[in-house]
Design a protein around this ligand. Structure first.
Ligand code: NAP
Length: 292
C-alpha cells in the first residue's frame, strides 16, 4: 500500500503538538498517511515547496516564520488567505499548491465546541498579528457588530482595521494600545475577549486588568501550556467563562485535515490527542511560542 505524506514546516518545530495530534487521528482512522515535522531554515521555503509539489505529499501546515511568505509562493489562495495575508494550510492537487487559513474558522469552531456560539456583538481582540486578522475576519463574517483591536504597535492595529474593513461592511472597527486603562475601558462593553499575543507563555501579562472583565463576558486565549495559562486560571477563578488555545488548535487542525483527506473527524478527537501530547511535553521556559 502506498503511503502519502503531510507536513508541518516551521522554525523551530520541536515543540509542535501537530505531529502527535494528526498521527493519532490518522492511526485511529487507519489511513495510509504520515504527518512529518520539517524544521526549515529561513530562505528555503521555495525549495521545500518545489519538493512538496513533486513528491507524495497531500499537503501540510505552515507555521512561524513562513505563514506570510507561503502566500506568494502558492498557486491559488482562499478568500480568507487574501483577507489576512497569511496561510497555515497547503493542499496539493495535481502539482498545484492551494493556500488556506483555518485559524479563523477553527477559532469559530472552538467557540461552538465550548457552547459559546458563533455570534458575538462586541469583541475585543488583543493583538493584531496573523492569528488576530484571521479571527477578526471570521468573527466579522459571523455577524460581529463591533471589533476593538488593541495592539502594542498601534500603527499595526490601524493597518489591520483598514485592510479588513472593506470586506466586512457591517462591522465597525476601532483601535487602541494595550495599556491597562485602555483595556479596562474596552472590556466594559465586551461580549467576547480574544487574547491573540504570545503573552502568557514565556512572559506574563503583568498589568492585565482581571477585575475589569465582567462575568458575562467570554474570554478566549490563543496560547496554551501544560501547566495552564495564568490569565485563564485567574478569570476562571472569578467565574468568567474562559478557555486556552488548545480547543482552537484542535479545531483548526480538524479543518486542515478535512481539506487534505475529505474525512471529517470531530474537533474533539483532535483535542483528545493534543491534550495527551501536551501533557507529555516538558513545559519549559524555553518554550517560546505555541507552534502548530
Ligand atoms: P504574530 O503574527 O507574530 O503576531 C504577534 C502579536 O502579538 C502581535 O500583535 C504583537 O504585537 C503581539 N505581541 C508579541 N509580543 C508581545 C509582547 N511582549 N507584548 C505585547 N504584545 C506582543 O503571531 P500570530 O500568528 O498572530 O500568533 C499569536 C499567538 O497566537 C502566538 O503565540 C501563536 O503561537 C498563537 N496561535 C495559536 C493558535 C492556536 O491554534 N491555538 C493558532 C495561531 C496562533 P506587535 O504588533 O506590537 O508586535
Amino acid at each position: 500500500m502506498s503511503v502519502s505524506l503531510l507536513f508541518v514546516v516551521g522554525h523551530p518545530i520541536k515543540h509542535s503538538l501537530s505531529p502527535a495530534m494528526h498521527n493519532g487521528v490518522i492511526s485511529r482512522l487507519g489511513l495510509p498517511l504520515v504527518y512529518i515535522p520539517v524544521e526549515l531554515p529561513k530562505g528555503h521555503l521555495r525549495t521545500f515547496l518545489s519538493i512538496v509539489r513533486e513528491a507524495n505529499f497531500l499537503g501540510g501546515n505552515v507555521t512561524i516564520p513562513f505563514k506570510e511568505e507561503v502566500v506568494a509562493l502558492s498557486d491559488v489562495r482562499s478568500e480568507m488567505v487574501e483577507a489576512c495575508g497569511a496561510a497555515n494550510t497547503i493542499v496539493v492537487r495535481d502539482g498545484k499548491l492551494f493556500a488556506e487559513n483555518t485559524d479563523g474558522e477553527g477559532f469559530m469552531d472552538a467557540l461552538v465546541m465550548r457552547g459559546w456560539g458563533r455570534r458575538h456583538s462586541n469583541v475585543v481582540l488583543l493583538g493584531a498579528g496573523g492569528a488576530a486578522r484571521g479571527i477578526a475576519f471570521a468573527l466579522g463574517k459571523a455577524g460581529t457588530d463591533k471589533i476593538v483591536l488593541l495592539n502594542r504597535n498601534l500603527q499595526r492595529a490601524d493597518e489591520v482595521a483598514r485592510i479588513l474593513s472593506p470586506g466586512l461592511p457591517s462591522t465597525r472597527f476601532s483601535t487602541g494600545g494595550i495599556d491597562s486603562g485602555t483595556l479596562e475601558e474596552a472590556f466594559r462593553d465586551a461580549d467576547l475577549i480574544v487574547q491573540c499575543t504570545p503573552l502568557g507563555l514565556a512572559e506574563e501579562w503583568s498589568d492585565f486588568p482581571y477585575n475589569a472583565v465582567k462575568k458575562n463576558t467570554y474570554f478566549a486565549d490563543l496560547v496554551y501550556r501544560a501547566k495552564g495559562i495564568s490569565i485563564v486560571h485567574m478569570l476562571c477563578a472569578r467565574g468568567v467563562p474562559s478557555m486556552d488555545g488548545l480547543p482552537m488548535l484542535a479545531c483548526q487542525a480538524a479543518r486542515s485535515f478535512a481539506f487534505w483527506t475529505g474525512e471529517n473527524p470531530e474537533g474533539e478527537l483532535f483535542l483528545s490527542f493534543a491534550d495527551k501530547s501536551l501533557k507529555n511535553m516538558i513545559d519549559s521556559t524555553e518554550f517560546p511560542a505555541n507552534r502548530r
